[in-house]
Design a protein around this ligand. Structure first.
Ligand SMILES: [Zn+2]
Length: 153
């Protein structure tokens, strides 16, 4: 099996036609990375309403390890710097790095899906929601934290 460029639903099947090649240099996930991503995304199927997220392996995200692409909430697109993940994984473990990263970015997706403009996202609240999710592995807890965001519908 070839190392995948993205994990999740086939791109362009949602309500937007965003193509990460417009903005990023695509890379590919190693098998163990792809499995960790797919396993974690499964968690969001219930409760969040975030259908069919697609997570792309990219390089060159500047200082960021990952980014939720604003405007893609109908089928969330997240780009992940595989070079940064691999470097952080040496110290913190691959699963931990990917889960921490995706929990945070899915927090942004959830807020935008529920009416909060990405420009107004409170980073520390998103970070708290991600941390709460990783402690509980319960998306209701994750949503409970995000519900405190100003402008949330
Ligand atoms: Zn953020």
């Amino acid at each position: 099996m070839k190392n995948p460029v993205y994990v999740g639903k086939q791109p362009k099947s949602g309500d937007h036609d965003y193509d990460p090649e417009w903005d990023y240099r695509l890379s590919s996930f190693r098998q163990e990375e792809a499995l960790a991503v797919v396993g974690f995304l499964d968690l969001f199927w219930r409760d969040t309403g975030l259908t069919d997220p697609t997570v792309y392996a990219v390089t060159g995200l500047g200082r960021s390890i990952a980014k939720y692409v604003a405007g893609t909430a109908s089928q969330p697109v997240i780009v992940v710097s595989v070079t940064k993940v691999r470097s952080l994984a040496k110290r913190h473990g691959l699963t931990s790095v990917l889960e921490t990263t995706l929990a945070h970015e899915m927090g942004h997706a959830y807020l935008e899906a529920n009416g909060v403009d990405p420009e107004d996202h409170n980073e520390s609240l998103v970070e708290d929601a991600g941390a709460a999710l990783l402690r509980s592995f319960d998306t209701k807890v994750f949503i409970g934290v995000l519900r405190h965001h100003r402008g949330m519908q």
